[in-house]
Design a protein around this ligand. Structure first.
Ligand code: UDP
Ligand code: MG
Length: 309
């Protein structure tokens, strides 16, 4: 059984594979731990899988999994954690945005007794201004309404003790917001700051809609506030409507029937219509997620494994 499992998700990263391992090996050797390197090819359309096989010819510590299609990074990481045999596991991006050198510090913290060690990013220089604003808004919202705390700048670059891995593997949900899950399980937590590097090659897999969906996945799996808030909205609107109704009745009794009011009627109807659609939409979002959970399909399928006995 190895000491450390390194888990790397790959999606169309063939150009960066060589560089990644060139930087990873010295760090692993320096820690003096026995390692397994679990590479998840998450449905790449390029020759990532071939590059990984090629890499394995030089180092038998590599274990390679090819997913049946692109299941997304969260699922790839879940797959890696389920296959990991180590006493601890480190997950990091394969595009070298998470510098492998930081692994040494993560391991150091782990040796000090921390069970969940986050590498926290200290800058977001590599992200565009829009993405930076978006993530700031998201984390502020997440912290306020979700019932869990995650360290500032924490992401998917982290070290988990076996206890944490087992806890994560025991969670059956299909919607896997890893950052949230790792914070939710608890355990003794440490952080190691690091500078995010620019992407080595290829391009980021995120666009606006994917980000929004991811953000709502995160919030919806840790909070029911977006569902419950409509009770309060409804209550506030009802109270307002009742007061306005009383005012109208009194007004009609005092000064007679007054027909004009097209503008206020329109505004009232449109505003209420919008509010109702919005709340329905939120219910729909939760319902859709319940639907995926209820179907209880397997999280992923593996088409090839190399290096596992
Ligand atoms: N990735 C993956 N499956 C996907 C998308 C991305 O395994 O569907 C991997 C990708 O190869 C990289 C990591 O997840 O190692 C982070 O992806 P990316 O760099 O696109 O995200 P960003 O760094 O922009 O957050
Ligand atoms: Mg990246």
């Amino acid at each position: 059984m190895p000491d450390l499992s390194i888990i790397l998700p790959f999606h169309n990263e063939s150009g960066g594979v060589r560089n990644l391992f060139r930087r990873l090996y010295p760090v692993l050797n320096q820690t003096g731990l026995s390692c397994e390197i679990i590479c998840i090819d998450d449905g790449s359309a390029d020759d990532t899988f071939q590059s990984l096989l090629h890499e394995r010819e030089y180092d038998q510590r590599l274990k390679i999994v090819r997913m049946a299609r692109n299941f997304g990074k969260e699922t790839a990481l879940t797959c890696g954690l389920q296959l990991a045999k180590g006493r601890a596991a480190v997950t990091l991006d394969s595009d070298l945005q998470h510098p492998p050198e930081v692994i040494a510090e993560l391991v150091q913290k782990w040796r000090e007794g921390y069970e969940m060690v986050y590498a926290t990013r200290v800058n977001r220089k590599t992200d565009g201004i829009f993405r930076r604003l978006f993530s700031r808004a998201f984390y502020a919202t997440f912290r306020t309404i979700a019932e869990i705390q995650m360290p500032d700048g924490a992401g998917d670059f982290c070290l988990m003790d076996r206890k944490v891995i087992d806890a994560l593997n025991a969670m059956p949900e299909r919607n896997r917001f890893m950052k949230g899950l790792t914070s939710w399980v608890g355990f003794k937590r440490g952080t190691v700051p690091f500078d995010v590097a620019a992407r080595e090659g290829g391009s980021s897999h995120w666009n606006f809609f994917r980000l929004v969906r991811f953000a709502f996945d995160g919030i919806s799996s840790f909070s029911t506030l977006p569902l419950r808030i409509w009770t309060w909205c409804g209550a506030a609107v009802s109270v307002g409507a009742m007061l306005y109704g009383i005012f109208l009745i009194v007004d009609v009794m005092v000064s007679g029937i007054d027909v004009p009011g097209y503008a206020s009627l329109m505004v009232g109807i449109l505003f209420m219509g919008g509010l109702q659609l919005l709340s329905l939409g939120v219910i729909g979002e939760y319902l859709a997620r319940i639907f995926t959970e209820v179907k209880a399909r397997p999280l992923y399928f593996i088409s090839d494994r190399v290096g596992f006995e």
